[in-house]
Write a protein that binds this ligand. Structure first.
Ligand SMILES: Cc1cc2nc3c(=O)[nH]c(=O)nc-3n(C[C@H](O)[C@H](O)[C@H](O)COP(=O)(O)OP(=O)(O)OC[C@H]3O[C@@H](n4cnc5c(N)ncnc54)[C@H](O)[C@@H]3O)c2cc1C
Length: 418
């Protein structure tokens, strides 16, 4: 039997997280293997990017390829009540930090392919249609078993997304998130209403009393539409997810207006109970990035941003330790885990507020005292940097929501259809 190939780093998964980590490591001179189970292009949900996520793509060098790909430009987000009685539109360019006014809505099949090809152009060996089957610790690294043999690496990055390959293989503990079980059902459509002008690429969120829809306009006339509701409600409904989806649209005048000429393109998908998080995201020679480490909820379109950012952090950590010929220290492992959890916690707190109908009422009646609207624009653009400017305004927003729960400060939202 041939001796297994040996790499500096093996990355399991060639989504945005894995491709980004691979690009950074290969550019720094490492011998990197990216294992991707599927053959790209392949469908993936998660099409709405955030402007603050552009920076990492610029640093790997893939940004000009993304810009040249003809994706739908995205300048902001808008929120509607399901009966259309109230709506708010936000523009990233009006955020607290200048320079983050635009990003893209991307068909992930093409976007992920561009990123994976870029990782290869940076020097990664990419094996598509090649799944990792097992991982075993070795002296000073890892052995990964494939269908047709095995490979070895000093470092291992788990970028396997919601498959959470290492988490499952090693039986790692998860931390409770205290988020109720929800389900997302989604498909691509043509013939959906589009805003005129620069708002054409805005993500539209239509808020139901007990859930929400996203409408993400993609290039070429397609729109990604998804519904998020409680898993228990689906069980109670009893019919198919397609019927549930259609019934919910028919019950909302805003969705009916936008989707009256919609034609479904391709399959219908369902993802249930999607929020989870591992308690520990790094070991001495392994790091979990992106969805392989945890995922909270798609409302703020943060998934790709977190996946690429964690890919960058992981590659920085590996490069630093590798040049010093050592493993990750306990301190580094804890620090990485803390930073990732903090990143997710910021989103978790905002998500809990979003699902709270009283807090959503405050959100839908923004008043620009203390530059609160700029703060919301910045958060929607993905600004998760620690800054006093943001911190105290978010606290103030929370305080206003808490007060509104006791004494109405803004008008109540009415979801009833006439
Ligand atoms: C309903 C829903 C809506 C979403 N909407 C958005 C959105 O609008 N914007 C946004 O930014 N995010 C969104 N997300 C989140 C986003 O999809 C993810 O956060 C993002 O794709 C994570 O990237 P990743 O690289 O970590 O994992 P992935 O993109 O999932 O990539 C993982 C890759 O690993 C491969 N793989 C898995 N197992 C193996 C194995 N054993 N061996 C080899 N390869 C393997 C898979 O084939 C896959 O290609 C949404 C998620 C859901 C569930």
């Amino acid at each position: 039997m041939n001796a297994p190939s040996v790499y500096d780093t093996i990355i399991i998964g060639g989504g945005p997280g894995g491709s980004t980590a691979g690009a950074f490591l290969a550019k720094a001179g490492q011998r990197v293997l990216v294992l991707e189970r599927e053959i790209f292009p392949r469908f993936h949900i998660g099409e709405s990017l955030l402007p603050f996520g552009n920076d990492v793509l610029k640093e790997t060098g893939v940004w000009p390829k993304v810009e040249a790909a003809g994706f739908q430009p995205k300048y902001g987000a808008e929120f509607f009540v399901s009966n259309g009685s109230r709506w708010q539109r936000f523009w990233f360019a009006r955020g607290l930090v200048p320079g983050y006014g635009q990003t893209f809505q991307v068909e992930r099949a093409r976007f992920d392919h561009i990123l994976l090809d870029h990782a290869s152009a940076c020097g990664c060996e990419v094996r598509q249609g090649c799944a990792a089957k097992e991982v075993t610790r070795t002296d000073g690294g890892w052995r990964v078993t494939l269908d047709d043999g095995e490979v070895r690496g000093r470092w291992l990055i788990d970028a396997s997304g919601r498959d959470t390959f290492i988490g499952r293989a090693l039986g790692l503990p998860k931390t409770p998130l205290n988020i109720p079980k929800r389900v997302a059902v989604y498909a691509h459509f043509t013939g959906i209403y589009r805003n005129p002008g620069d708002a054409e690429g805005h993500i539209t969120i239509v808020r139901l009393r007990d859930g929400w829809f996203w409408l993400i306009p993609l290039a070429g006339g397609k729109t990604s539409v998804g519904m998020v509701r409680m898993l228990d409600d689906l069980k109670q409904f009893g019919g198919s997810v397609e019927e549930w989806f259609a019934k919910t649209i028919a019950e909302s005048s805003e969705l009916t207006r936008r989707m009256k000429d919609a034609q479904q393109v391709g399959e219908f998908y369902k993802t249930s109970d999607y929020s989870y998080r591992y308690a520990q995201l790094a070991a001495d020679r392994a790091i979990l990035i992106g969805d392989a480490g945890g995922f909270i909820d798609p409302i703020f379109s943060s998934g790709v941003h977190i996946a690429t950012k964690s890919g960058q952090w992981a590659s920085d950590l590996i490069l630093r330790a590798d040049t010093q010929k050592r493993s990750l220290t306990i301190g580094e492992q804890r620090h990485y885990t803390r930073e990732m959890h903090r990143f997710m916690d910021i989103y978790r707190d905002m998500i809990l507020m979003y699902y709270d109908n009283r807090a959503f009422e405050v959100f839908m009646h923004p008043r620009n005292r203390f530059r609160m609207v700029q703060t919301v624009n910045s958060i929607l653009a993905g600004n998760m940097r620690r800054s006093f400017d943001m911190w105290w305004r978010v606290k103030l927003f929370r305080l206003i929501c808490a007060l509104h729960r006791r004494v109405p400060i803004v008008p109540r939202l009415d979801y009833t259809e006439t």
